[in-house]
Each structure stands twice: as C-alpha cells, then as structure tokens.
Design a protein around this ligand. Structure first.
Ligand code: GAR
Length: 211
C-alpha cells in the first residue's frame, strides 16, 4: 500500500543532477512522492536553482552561522521536522552527519555514492577506483548510519572501467547509473518493499525472503 503523499527532503551541496533525476522521476509518475524541501550547505549550489525552477522550497542553511556542528545539525533537524518529511535523501551532500542527527532520523536517511561500496568510501571515489586499477566500479544507494558510506546497501549498479578512462569519463558513466538507481531505491522504500536485517537490506519480493 503506497501512502497518499510521501514527502522527501533532498540535501545537496552542488550540481544537483541526482536531485534532478528524482524530480524527473516524480514528474514522469515513476515515483509517487513529493520533494517538500531542498536544503544546501553551500550558498551557490546549482541544485538550489534546480529546485527554484520547479517551485520547490529551497533553503541555504549556512554552516558559518552556527557555532558548531551540533547546533548546525539541530537547525537542520528542526527544518526537516517542520516539514514532516518521510525520507531524507542525501544527493551530493558533502557533510558528514553526526550521531545525534542520524539517531533522530534512524532508518529515514539514504545516500547515493559513486562506487561499489564497501569499496572506495569517502571523497573522490571515482579517482580511488582509477588509482586502484579497478576493472569495474559503479554506484550504491544505501541507508545512512554512523559509519561514513557504511550503511546497509539498497541497490547497486556496475559499470566497466576502461583503460583510457579519466576521472571525468568514469564519473559520467557512473552518474548515468546513479540517476537510475537512486529514484528506484526511493521507490522501493515508498512501496514498503525493503526490510532491514542487521547490515542487510532484504528486498520484499525475493523468493528466499518469503520462504
Ligand atoms: C554524485 O556523484 C554523488 O554520488 C556524489 O556526489 C555527486 C553529486 O552529484 N556523492 C558522494 O560522493 C557522497 N560521498 P550531483 O550534485 O550532480 O547529484
């Protein structure tokens, strides 16, 4: 049973192409959700402009205006609670969230990361894959827990790494897959098809799960 209005908050820091993929999926009726608010920790993030263009509430929450991380995250949490969002989607949000924030929204924060986790967590995942000589890389949609890029994996997509790839070409190949799996992961959550079992995410219609 899909709830009538499933609301998302999307947290961003930059270009916002994953935000755009979410908006496009909603517009194409592939995602029964509404983006209630887009929040950026970077003033001139292009993602804010994308939100504006689609009439979505958009907020620059300036980390410089708060004395420390806790008070910033408290303000962020209050914003999100005031919108009663069902799910918080990190989409290129380049801040690590603290324990208290994550506990406040347990099981309701997801992220998209440009590698096949647990390989290459953290920054510059595509460069890490190239430097390590990986033959395949990809992207991962996952729940967020206290371990950076370490939460339970929802969906992954694999792409080949070519000998002549540079960071830009590999990033573009991965990004195209991010735009597919992130909305798909959100949809699975909305449809109630996922169950958390320790570190694992079980997909409802797997035959083994129903045995
Ligand atoms: C995406 O590649 C996303 O996977 C990555 O930042 C990019 C944001 O692009 N996120 C991380 O590396 C998080 N660890 P976008 O602003 O165009 O969506």
């Amino acid at each position: 049973m899909v709830p009538e209005k499933f609301t998302l908050a999307v947290l961003v820091s930059g270009r916002g192409s994953n935000l755009q993929a979410i908006i496009d999926s909603i517009k194409k009726n592939n995602l029964p959700a509404e983006v209630a608010v887009v929040i950026s920790n970077v003033r001139d993030a292009y993602a804010l402009e994308r939100a504006r263009k689609h009439g979505i509430e958009n907020v620059f929450l300036d980390p410089e205006s708060y004395p420390d991380r806790n008070s910033y995250e408290q303000a962020l949490a209050e914003r999100l609670q005031s919108k009663s969002v069902n799910l918080i989607c990190l989409a290129g949000f380049m801040r690590i969230l603290g324990k208290h924030f994550i506990e406040t929204f347990t099981g309701r924060i997801i992220n998209i990361h440009p590698s096949l986790l647990p390989a290459f967590p953290g920054l510059n995942a595509q460069k890490q894959a190239l430097d390590r000589g990986a033959k395949f890389s990809g992207c991962t949609a996952h729940y967020v827990d206290e371990e950076v890029d370490g939460g339970p994996i929802i969906l992954q997509a694999v792409v080949p790494v070519h000998d002549d790839d540079d960071e830009a070409s590999l990033s573009a190949r991965i990004l195209a897959q991010e735009h597919i799996i992130y909305p798909a992961a959100i949809r699975l959550i909305i449809e109630g098809k996922l169950t958390l079992s320790g570190r694992k995410v079980l997909h409802g219609n797997s035959r083994r799960n129903s045995a």
